[in-house]
Ligand binder design. Structure first.
Ligand code: APR
Length: 189
């Protein structure tokens, strides 16, 4: 893993075969990628934070698809993710990942958070997704300490980008503010 560029609000890390992880400060609904990851809840009913922003920007088509998924399967378990189209967003898909609510870190939270990232990257492989944007799942309303969540997210994403075979060329990790961004950058250094 080799760091190539760092500015006050972007960090790019190069991986084998030209793959790249980019950390940036921004709004996940504004990035151009094949798949955007949502920080959803297991009822798939929408909410605030990333979820609210994605439904506002993507329009009602996304919730209509989630209604169908809910009718068939009852929702999505924690640690999993379901796929919809991206409505009006400039992406092909939204992967709605359900992160764990943080209690004390002793109730399976690290494994469940890791599973969210793994599931989304597996979905990316299945759907021929070359570029994917993640928010910092569970670090808002769900209360996961940002530094701990960052360590897990970056480990799973890095392992995937280091694979011998992957269709994923670029992962954008979109942090909402400078403080979250700095914490993530420090986990890499
Ligand atoms: N773009 C990028 N990051 C964002 C955005 C955005 N538009 N809005 C919020 N964030 C950041 C938050 O600052 C936080 O660090 O995303 C991180 C995740 O926060 P939440 O969206 O609250 O997600 P989470 O902690 O996983 O909680 C999920 O919140 O909105 C509900 O329906 C959702 O019940 C679910 C719960």
């Amino acid at each position: 893993m080799k760091e190539v560029t760092v500015t006050s609000n972007t960090m790019e890390i190069q991986f084998p075969h030209g793959r790249q992880l980019r950390l940036l400060i921004g709004d996940i609904t504004r990035i151009r990628v094949d798949a955007i990851v949502n920080a959803a809840n297991s009822g798939l009913r929408g909410g605030g934070g990333v979820d609210g922003a994605i439904h506002r920007a993507g329009g009602p088509a996304i919730m209509r698809e989630l209604d169908e998924i809910r009718a068939k399967s009852g929702g999505c378990p924690t640690g999993g993710a379901v796929v919809t189209s991206a409505g009006a967003l400039p992406a092909k898909y939204v992967f709605h990942a359900v992160g764990p609510v943080y209690r004390d870190g002793q109730h399976g939270e690290p494994e469940l958070l890791a599973s969210c990232y793994r599931t989304c990257l597996d979905l990316a492989e299945e759907r021929d997704v070359h570029t994917i944007g993640f928010p910092a799942i569970s670090t808002g309303v769900y209360g996961y300490p940002v530094a701990d969540a960052a360590g897990i997210a970056l480990e799973i994403i890095s392992a995937h980008l280091n694979r011998e075979e992957t269709k994923v060329r670029e992962v954008l990790f979109v942090l909402f503010d400078k403080s979250a961004y700095d914490i993530h950058v420090n986990r890499i250094r």
